[in-house]
Each structure stands twice: as structure tokens, then as C-alpha cells.
Ligand binder design. Structure first.
Ligand code: TYM
Length: 334
């Protein structure tokens, strides 16, 4: 019997991965994998809440799996799988959507932000998406969900739905806790440091991709917004520099005070040069491993095939319990 606590987390294969995805999520998954029994999912069903070209979605899904592996997520000790391969996710989402309130979903800030961008054709999937996310998590009796800061509200909702279900039908779901890193939970845009770094930003200078080449990283850091104060200080008066220091600290492991000391009196030029170096060296092994993995599609296919089998067995067990508790007649087989 596996005594380890359970982790579930996922990322949408909806575009290129930024260093926000890495520092806020993936990197912590690697740290936690030794201690926990982890399910790391490619949430393709979430990705179609906004329109996606089918071939693009397929490509990004495989690339995301390769990215997980390239970061150091070990397929031998974790379960890596594609959400749409385990139909229990959609099935539980339906039951939970009958327990979630419209008012709760209306309060989700991510929905408000995303729907503002495309006001005429917002899918109802985008609105109910946090319910699918709750289903993802609750199917595995998850203890811990490692995510960036922007997913906190969705996780709160998952906890509320789990408790509501448990109160109504008796203990069924584990109520999960968030795991949000102290540093790196909210990497900000390099161009508008008041907003989150996002893969869907139209300005490509606002983000650094995990697979960006060194010269591209150099250019983006050079263009990153700073201020006229000229001091490398971690302060809310200097949001641009504060964000760059967070990135520096996350990649190098150096703490903020020691970074402040190191660059005392030296201006932004040297700091930006060193930061570029730290990011380039941090991402280099990931890019190299990624390129190799993408040459071996059979290997990747084998991983997501085995992952789906393992995930399915666990998810079905929870779903069966849920169906029984809400009053569905168990299916009989002849
Ligand atoms: P997604 O795909 O938008 O992002 C994946 C992960 O990356 C983190 N992240 C960031 N962290 C720090 N700074 C940033 N700028 C930044 N941008 C993104 C996110 O917080 C997230 O951890 N709904 C989820 C996917 C999901 C999920 C789940 C997560 C679906 N089901 C179940 C956990 C558990 C999402 O859209 O993440």
C-alpha cells in the first residue's frame, strides 16, 4: 500500500510555456516528486475553453509532456497523463457542476479577465472551467496542489465544492491544500510589471519562454521595463526591478538580500547582464533535453499510455463512489 500523500496538478497545452509556468509550477513539481505520489496532467480539455486549432493542440500537448520530462519530472515515479484520456474527469465535472453555484463562478477573477478580451463569443466552458478543475483534483483524493498564485481562487472553489459534497452525501472527497511557492508564485510581465507574465500576451517582449534561445532572452531582458531610480532594490516603488530580482533569485537560489548587496551602487546594466546569464544557464539543460525527447515520439507515447491506465484506475474508484452517493443505479454487466 502506497502511504505517500497525493499531489495533483496540471497545465494547459495552450501555447508556449513561460518562465512563469516553470517557476510557479513545474519546478516545484520536481522538488515534490520524491516525497509524494504525484499525478501531473496535461489538461487538454481545459485548453479548448478558448478556440484551438486541432493540429496545434495535438502538437502542444506532446510538447508539454516533453517539457515536463525535460524539467526533471520522472515518469517512473509519477503518473503523467493527458486529461481527455481519462473520461472520469468530464463525468465528475458534470456532477460537480450541479453542486457549484452560479454566484461562485461569477466571482472568478480569471473568468472576468479572460471574458473581457473576447466579449462576443465566450464559451460556457470558460465559465464552468473551475468545476472541471475541481473534478481533476478531487478524483485523485489529492492532499496537495502545487500551483502559482493565479490559481488560488480556483483551488478555494474546489475546496468549497468538496466540503459541500461531503456534508451533503457523507465523506467522499479529501479537501486539498494549495502549495504556492514563497518565491516565484507570481512572475510579472517584463513590459507591464503590474500584470502577470502570460503566454497569451500579445507583446512577446513581455515574457520569456522556457525554450527561448540565449540571444532572445538577452534581448528581452535588455528591453525589460525598469525605472529611473537606478538602484537594485526589492521595493513596491520599483515593480520592474522587483520582478527581475524575483526571477534572479528563483533561478540562482540566491536570496533577495544578497542580490541587493551584490549590486549595491552598480546600476542596472550589470544586473541585467548577470540575470540573462542566470536564466540562460537555468534553461539550457531543459532546452537540450526537450530537443532530444521530441525526437523520440514512441517513448512519449508510451509514457502517456501507461499514465492514462494508472490514472483511470484511481479516478474510476472515486467516480463510482460519487455516482452511488448521488443516487445513480450502478450499471450491471451481462
Ligand atoms: P495554466 O495552464 O494557466 O498555468 C499552469 C501553471 O503555471 C502557473 N503560472 C504562473 N506562476 C507564476 N507566475 C506566472 N506568471 C504564472 N503563469 C502561470 C499557474 O499558476 C499554474 O500553476 N487551471 C490551470 C490548470 C489546471 C489545474 C488543474 C491546475 C487544470 N486543472 C488541477 C492544478 C490542478 C491553469 O489554467 O493553469
Amino acid at each position: 500500500m502506497d502511504e505517500r500523500k497525493i499531489i495533483f496538478s496540471g497545465i494547459q497545452p495552450s501555447g508556449e510555456m513561460t518562465i512563469g509556468n516553470y517557476l510557479g509550477a513545474m519546478r516545484n513539481w520536481v522538488k515534490l516528486q520524491e516525497e509524494y505520489n504525484a499525478y501531473y496532467c496535461i489538461v487538454d480539455m481545459h485548453a479548448i475553453t478558448v478556440p484551438k486549432e486541432p493540429a496545434y493542440l495535438r502538437k502542444k500537448s506532446i510538447e508539454l509532456l516533453a517539457t515536463y520530462l525535460a524539467c526533471g519530472i520522472d515518469p517512473e515515479i509519477n503518473t503523467l497523463f493527458i486529461q481527455s484520456h481519462v473520461s472520469a474527469h468530464a463525468e465528475l465535472a458534470w456532477v460537480l457542476s450541479c453542486m457549484a453555484y452560479m454566484g461562485e463562478l461569477n466571482r472568478m477573477t480569471q473568468f472576468k479577465d479572460k471574458s473581457k478580451k473576447n466579449e462576443t463569443s465566450i464559451s460556457s466552458g470558460l465559465f464552468t472551467y473551475p468545476v472541471l478543475m475541481a473534478a481533476d483534483i478531487l478524483l485523485y483524493q489529492t492532499d496537495l496542489v502545487p500551483v502559482g498564485d493565479d490559481q488560488k481562487q480556483h483551488l478555494e472553489l474546489a475546496r468549497d465544492i468538496a466540503s459541500r459534497f461531503n456534508n451533503k452525501y457523507s465523506e467522499t472527497f479529501k479537501v486539498p491544500d494549495p502549495y504556492i511557492p514563497k518565491v516565484g508564485a507570481r512572475i510579472m510581465s517584463l513590459q507591464e510589471p503590474g500584470s502577470k507574465m502570460s503566454k497569451s500576451d500579445e507583446n512577446e517582449n513581455s515574457y520569456i519562454l522556457m525554450l527561448d534561445k540565449p540571444d532572445v532572452i538577452k534581448r528581452k531582458i535588455k528591453r525589460a521595463v525598469t525605472d529611473s531610480l537606478g538602484t537594485v532594490k526589492y521595493s513596491d516603488e520599483q515593480l520592474g526591478i522587483k520582478n527581475l530580482m524575483t526571477i534572479y533569485s528563483s533561478f540562482s537560489g540566491e536570496n533577495i538580500e544578497s542580490i541587493e548587496q551584490k549590486y549595491e551602487g552598480s546600476g542596472y546594466g550589470q544586473f541585467k547582464n548577470d540575470l540573462t546569464e542566470v536564466i540562460v544557464e537555468g534553461l539550457r539543460p531543459i532546452r537540450e533535453k526537450f530537443d532530444n525527447l521530441m525526437k523520440n515520439k514512441d517513448y512519449l507515447e508510451n509514457i502517456y499510455m501507461l499514465g492514462a491506465n494508472k490514472a483511470e484506475a484511481v479516478a474510476r474508484k472515486t467516480l463510482r463512489k460519487v455516482y452511488k452517493k448521488v443516487g445513480f443505479i450502478p450499471r450491471k454487466f451481462k
